[in-house]
Design a protein around this ligand. Structure first.
Ligand code: SAH
Ligand code: SF4
Length: 371
């Protein structure tokens, strides 16, 4: 059976080459072609002899997703909708900033966790992405941004400096594939990113955080969104299974193992009138007092039929001020790429809404015709 080589990290590729009767060092050569030079055509891999190239053609290939849409907003945010066969569409978003660029990638098609403010959650779960389907998002973004093109000598050469798993899906519920993809991001023969620049965002799957501590040093962002279990049970339903005490204990252990990371990033989506009150900011500061880290405030990004409202600018600033008075460093996430629906899960959501509307129109036409 032919293998999708994007699915394999360095050690798996070494095993692959051994299995086909080749020396393991071929794995490093191959990775350099793919991840440093952006080359997928075995015939262009000039340090591979003809026999090896033929063997590779017979036993391996690279799978690229289909590009369903590719939009760039006025602020430079670029969003792709990729399809991996059988109607599984996912989003990848590139956010350029001064001197760097963050790529927000997806780990699952849909999500099973059903957080009520999240457009991906509303769509339900379709399937896990494979390691290669996760890794190729970075490869393809770099390709489409011209980063592999040696003739391009401007700042685009290092366009993707940070990767965050904050697109669609819960990364820690697709553990093995995510860890393999992260290996490819961090590996010197892969994308060679520093572990500070690769972040997994999770809603708090405690056993998986424990497991991650054993096998990876990637940075962690926790989607907290509430300062107590009662509210968090509503906003992040998985909290009913893994409550705040357990979650914070697992995070503390993660920090103790990875001191160099400067702690965890706590994400807090601000929903008007639900979790943006001054006393909730105080409570949040108290909750996290002993564990530290940074807080990233994310003003809610509304989508069609979303049951929550955006917080006012004043309430966002008030929330931030209270945290600052309690000694917290906070950032407020800027809304980027508004006009291209760059918030989590929105583009797929909109495509689905449009499809549903079209179906509804067709059905109502049918009714009209038969009536
Ligand atoms: N499942 C993971 C990663 C994907 S969600 C997680 O929950 O962390 C990435 C981030 O986007 C999370 O912090 C999530 O809470 C936030 N998010 C989801 N929908 C949002 C919306 N409509 N507005 C603002 N942030 C949202
Ligand atoms: Fe899933 Fe994260 Fe959305 Fe919750 S916020 S439904 S965990 S993608």
């Amino acid at each position: 059976m032919s293998v999708n080589l994007f699915d394999l990290n360095l050690s798996q590729l070494e095993k692959f080459f051994t299995k086909i009767g080749e020396k393991p060092f071929r794995a490093r050569q191959l990775m350099k072609w793919v991840y440093h030079a952006g080359i997928l055509d075995f015939d262009l891999m000039t340090d591979f002899g003809r026999a090896l190239r033929e063997k590779l053609r017979a036993k391996a290939h690279f799978v690229l997703p289909e590009i369903i849409s590719d939009k760039t907003s006025l602020d430079g945010t670029r969003k792709w909708l990729f399809r991996y066969g059988c109607g599984n569409s996912i989003e990848t978003v590139f956010i350029p900033e001064d001197g760097r660029g963050t790529l927000c990638i997806s780990s699952q098609a849909g999500c099973a966790l059903d957080c009520p403010f999240c457009s991906t959650g509303k769509q339900g779960f379709n399937r896990n992405l494979s390691a290669g389907e996760i890794a190729v998002q970075v490869w393809y973004a770099k390709k489409l941004l011209g980063e592999f093109d040696t003739k391009v000598q401007d700042s685009r050469r290092r366009s993707v400096s940070n990767v965050v798993l904050m697109g669609m899906g819960e990364p820690l519920l697709n553990f093995a594939a995510v860890v393999t993809a992260v290996d490819i991001f961090l590996c010197d023969y892969g994308f060679g990113l520093s572990k500070r620049r690769v972040t997994i965002s999770t809603s708090g799957i405690v056993p998986a955080i424990e497991k991650l501590r054993e096998c990876s040093e990637v940075s962690l962002a926790i989607s907290l969104h509430a300062p107590n279990d009662e509210l968090r049970n509503q906003l992040v339903p998985i909290n009913a299974r893994y409550g705040l005490r357990e979650l914070l204990a697992a995070c503390q252990k993660y920090i103790d193992n990875n001191r160099q990371h400067g702690g965890i990033v706590w994400e807090y989506v601000l929903l008007a009138g639900v979790n943006d009150r001054p006393e909730q900011a105080e409570e949040l500061a108290r909750l996290l007092k002993n564990i530290g880290g940074k807080i990233n405030l994310i003003p809610f990004n509304p989508y069609p039929e979303s049951p929550y409202q955006k917080p006012s600018k004043n309430s966002v600033l008030r929330f931030q001020r209270i945290l600052a008075e309690n000694g917290w460093t906070t950032t407020i996430r800027k809304t980027r790429g508004d006009e291209i629906d760059a918030a989590c899960g929105q583009l797929v959501g909109n495509v689905k809404n449009k499809m549903r509307k079209r179906e509804e129109n067709l059905n109502s036409n049918k009714v009209a015709v038969s009536g």
